[in-house]
Design a protein around this ligand. Structure first.
Ligand SMILES: C[S@@+](CC[C@H](N)C(=O)[O-])C[C@H]1O[C@@H](n2cnc3c(N)ncnc32)[C@H](O)[C@@H]1O
Length: 365
């Protein structure tokens, strides 16, 4: 059975666990450290723990680090249940009615009034940055915050895609034109149900180190690390494909961000449309890896783009690898067609990526 933590919260441009499992298994041994500097929803560190490795992960996006922390340092189920009950018992809707009524127009169409009060209460009371129990509660909220409410009762919102947050004006128009009203959902009941469902597969042993940081800062953040890193499994933002911050705006709002889409607060590297600047960013990745990866260490990178072909992507990756300041060899290139493109499902008219390329590198010294 597929582990229920994998789908805790969807993420845009995520790779499947089969990719992480295959490469962790091939490139490392039990007890080794596996690094993912662009961890997204945390598939690499989670699979690493499942396979008995240690894991270090980082990302700049709050959704990514919250969900990755929840998956890779989960509380035990009784503790999680107690926290949800405690939050439920302390909730008093009257205290949140005024704040709920003063939110931008999007929110009154997206959520019924009591659901919104509960969401606002959790938004203000969860300490997801420092408590691993609250990181799990917050991740369960993120996974249910928006989605296809016409077919599932586990989403809090009016009809929305679950993968990305559609923009406020577009969403309000969509709901108005179809006369769609927000469903009446009890957030605490859904949290209790979803936690029972997620824990039907037992969490792996061990905890990952999850850093909320730009990958350029990793060498200084990890300077005290004594164990060499010999395995990196990662996927940087694709060229001209998506902006993780904009596409996750509602989840980022829940974690403390602004009540509308924003760009550039979390990362300036999400969506490069200029090739020169994109390869500069990939060169910065190599500089960090050059300072972190031990001699003989291997790095597998998955990349894609609607505008750069797989051969050119592999050439760009190999060319920029010189910025690591070390001898690096490209050992293998594999090209795969993307079968179900998420951009097709949620962005009518967008082309998305047709192919992805996986490049395996080895640090020779
Ligand atoms: C292609 S996604 C990774 C998806 C991940 N493999 C998964 O399966 O969920 C790229 C990630 O890079 C993150 N990112 C963007 N700029 C970054 C930076 N400068 N440093 C670290 N992470 C960054 C984005 O927030 C995004 O989560």
């Amino acid at each position: 059975m597929r582990h229920r933590f994998h789908s805790l919260c969807p993420y845009f441009a995520m790779f499947p666990e089969s990719f992480a499992e295959r490469w962790i298994d091939e490139l490392s041994k039990p007890g080794d450290i596996v690094l993912d500097p662009f961890c997204g929803r945390g598939t690499t560190p989670f699979c690493a723990l499942q396979l008995g490795r240690r894991a270090i992960a980082s990302d700049v996006n709050d959704v990514a680090t919250c969900v990755t922390r929840a998956k890779t340092s989960p509380p035990v189920l009784p503790t999680l249940r107690r926290r949800i009950t405690q939050l439920q018992n302390r909730f008093d809707g009257r205290q949140w009615a005024h704040l709920a009524a003063s939110q931008p127009e999007f929110f009154e169409h997206a959520f019924s009034s009591r659901t919104l009060q509960q969401i606002l209460y959790l938004r203000h009371n969860l300490d997801w940055q420092s408590s691993h129990v609250d990181a799990m509660v917050a991740s369960l909220v993120l996974g249910s915050l928006h989605g296809e409410s016409d077919t599932s009762k586990s989403y809090f919102s009016n009809q929305m895609p679950r993968t990305i947050s559609t923009k406020p004006a577009y969403s309000v128009r969509f709901w108005r034109e179809r006369r769609l009203r927000p469903p009446k959902r009890d957030v605490f009941e859904i949290l209790a149900q979803r936690s029972a469902y997620r824990y039907e597969t037992p969490p792996p042993h061990g905890k990952a180190t999850v850093l909320q940081t730009d990958m350029r800062q990793l060498p200084s953040r990890l300077r005290r690390l004594r164990t060499p890193i010999r395995c990196v499994v990662t996927s940087p933002p694709y060229f001209d494909t998506t902006n993780f911050e904009e596409d996750q705006w509602l989840r980022l709002w829940f974690l403390g961000g602004p009540p509308k889409p924003a760009i550039g607060r979390q990362s300036r590297d999400d969506r490069h449309g200029h090739r020169g600047r994109y390869w500069q960013f990939i060169s910065d990745m190599w500089r960090s890896l050059g300072a972190l990866v031990a001699p003989g260490g291997r790095v597998i990178i998955r990349l894609g783009s609607p505008r750069i072909g797989p051969e050119a992507l592999a050439r760009g990756l190999a060319g920029s690898a010189t910025c690591a300041g070390r001898r690096i060899e490209l050992e293998l290139t594999e090209v795969s067609r993307i079968r179900r493109r998420q951009t097709d499902a949620f962005r009518p008219g967008t082309s998305g990526c047709l192919v992805e390329v996986d490049c395996l590198f080895r640090f020779r010294d």
